[in-house]
Write a protein that binds this ligand. Sequence first.
Ligand code: SOE
Length: 383
Amino acid sequence: MSERKKLNVGMVGYGFMGRTHSNAFGKVNQFFDLQYQPILKAICGRNRQRAEAFASNWGYESFETDWRALIDRKDIDLIDIASPNDTHAEIAIAAAEAGKMVMCEKPLGRNAAEAARMTKAVEAAKVPNMVWYNYRRVPAVTLAKQLIDAGRLGKIFHYRAKFLQDWTISKDLPQGGEGLWRLDVNVAGSGVTGDLLAHCIDTALWLNGGIDKVSAITETFVKERKHNLTGNVEPVGIDDASLFLARFENGSLATFEATRYARGHKALYTFEINGEHASIFWDLHDLHRLQYFDHGDEGIVRGWRSLHITDGDHPYMKHWWVPGLQIGYEHTFIHQAADFLDGLASGAPASPTFRDGLATDSVTDAVLRSAKTGRWEQPARST
Ligand code: SOE
């Protein structure tokens, strides 16, 4: 193939997400035939030793300890934000204003107001942008989208999603600081609503269209925790559990649930969609399978089929091994990087863009509002 165009990546954040994104950029050209080639140019994190060690482990050419210096660099084309939520807006806006492409880990902002400012900045600067909602790119989930778009389910009646974890049950777990910033409302913006429900909402908006209104309840089971940064016991501002009913614009009815208090569940993201002709069910713990029921099947053999999504004609799978062999979590990020780079080449931007991320944040805002007011709330329409 002709020589690839180099795309110099400056990554902010060397935690869990810094690793998933770096892995994706590092592998994408080996498996996808793309016009662009991401170059791991610089990693940025506040701790010099860790930034240096991360650079050497993941193959970055250099490192920075201040994201402003990273954005100032002329040799960086794309800023990828994989740092905690309270840093997203400031970095993304500065990067866009400097004319850099911007990718951002989910959720886009701590709330829709932040996400709106970020969206405005990338759109004003006309720079390519994307939010890392990786679960769209599980091949089974992408197949669900294809089945729905092909009309196989017919009219959709129900959407049912949940994301269950159990890692914050202990009241001795502190809040704040590295690894535990998700419990600190000032950093995270919200609890499971922005962290876990946001995934469910992003997938749902993609598969089933816009949400008209929501009615929610949330709970904070542990009301005070020691704060790692101050050393004091402080009120907990995040939601530990968040449940809501929704009506979609297409008339379908939905339930959503996310919690970090479902003992025994580590990352159980599931959704089920019931349509007039067929239903589908997907489960992150069994991510290479899509459960599919088609009422059009002959009666005597009609039943739920467990589709093994490993064939070459399944989404993304021809890029991997041979039929029957599975891929996993990290591949969803590689798929997302591939689609982003493909969008650059074709000029048709891959989703979810910042505008799509804003739509999700508008729903999470409505959920949190409804939990406070006790009323049905409508997500703000983004303009
Ligand atoms: C929280 O534990 C978390 O890591 C989320 O922040 C991720 O977005 C989710 O994919 C897995 O769980």
